[in-house]
Design a protein around this ligand. Structure first.
Ligand code: DGL
Length: 281
């Protein structure tokens, strides 16, 4: 026991957190890109959606969820939720992690998304569609400024999109009205936008309608593949964390809602049924 740091803790799954089901679109891409690891998904479905909630509540709920994933053996947790990444990530990284366990890591999905923008846009004008919370936080604009990207970032909130998806109305005619309205409003704010980030993990489920209403030449960008590539890069650069990840190729699902409800809805997001266990936070 000369050096405590030489002792490898028990490897654990990669924690993937979302307020609800949306993070499943990220999990799917993580498993495609990095299939060898174990994943533990937690959806705080009982308290979702987070999109219209206050900073304080999103922070508290996210921290409780992160702690639950740590307690179940995760050394690394991805906040696969823009709202949580926007409102809770920084405080958790700076204030909570040093006290809880400085060797664990919590990563968000906004920074990797912004980092990828420069290679996606030609005009330098990028639109962000997200929940009210994400857009009001101006997190995308702030990250772009921090990275000195020189990009013009224009956000637009789409408060109806998550409820449409979660109520199984994503493919309905009613959804067309809201998708078109929000896209028109975003494009009216800046006609030079040529790239639109789907800045909410639910939105890939509306991709058909989004593509229909975006003007020609404007590309919608889903975050899943970007986040997966960024995690692969992170693990290459952090072998000390990579060694702490268990490798069984499994995915396990936890929900704060009734587990039966999660199973039904998860099929919509993943295209296959999964079995979830209930946890109380
Ligand atoms: N999936 C979350 C996100 O990426 C939003 C859903 C919610 O409002 O809870 O922002």
């Amino acid at each position: 026991m000369d050096n405590m740091h030489d002792i490898l803790p028990t490897p654990g799954p990669i924690g993937v957190f979302d307020s609800g089901y949306g993070g499943l679109t990220i999990l799917q891409e993580l498993r495609d890109r990095l299939p060898g690891y174990d994943y533990l998904y937690l959806g705080d479905n009982a308290r979702a959606p987070y999109g219209n909630r206050s900073f304080e509540l999103v922070y508290r709920f996210t921290l409780e969820s992160v702690k639950a994933l740590f307690d179940r053996g995760c050394h690394l947790v991805i906040l696969a939720c823009n709202t949580a990444s926007a409102k809770a990530l920084r405080t958790i990284q700076q204030n909570d992690l040093p006290e809880i366990d400085p060797t664990r890591r919590v990563l968000g999905i906004i920074r990797p998304t912004v980092e990828s923008l420069a290679s996606l846009t030609r005009s330098g004008h990028v639109g962000i569609l997200g929940t009210k919370g994400t857009i009001a936080s101006r997190s995308y604009e702030m990250e772009a400024a921090k990275l000195q990207s020189g990009l013009t970032v224009v956000g637009h909130p789409c408060p109806m999109w998550v409820p449409l998806v979660e109520n199984g109305e994503g493919a309905s005619d009613g959804a067309d009205y809201f998708v078109k309205k929000d896209i028109d409003q975003l494009m009216a704010a800046d006609r030079e936008i040529d790239t639109v980030i789907l800045g909410c993990t639910h939105y890939p489920l509306l991709i058909n309608k989004i593509s229909r209403y975006l003007p020609e030449g404007v590309e919608p960008v889903r975050q899943g593949a970007i986040v997966a590539e960024s995690l692969a890069d992170y693990l290459r650069r952090h072998p000390e964390m990579e060694r702490r990840l268990s490798r069984g190729g499994t995915a396990t699902y936890l929900t704060t809602e009734q587990s039966e409800k999660f199973t039904d809805m998860a099929s919509l997001f993943l295209g296959e049924p999964v079995t979830a266990s209930h946890i109380d936070l």
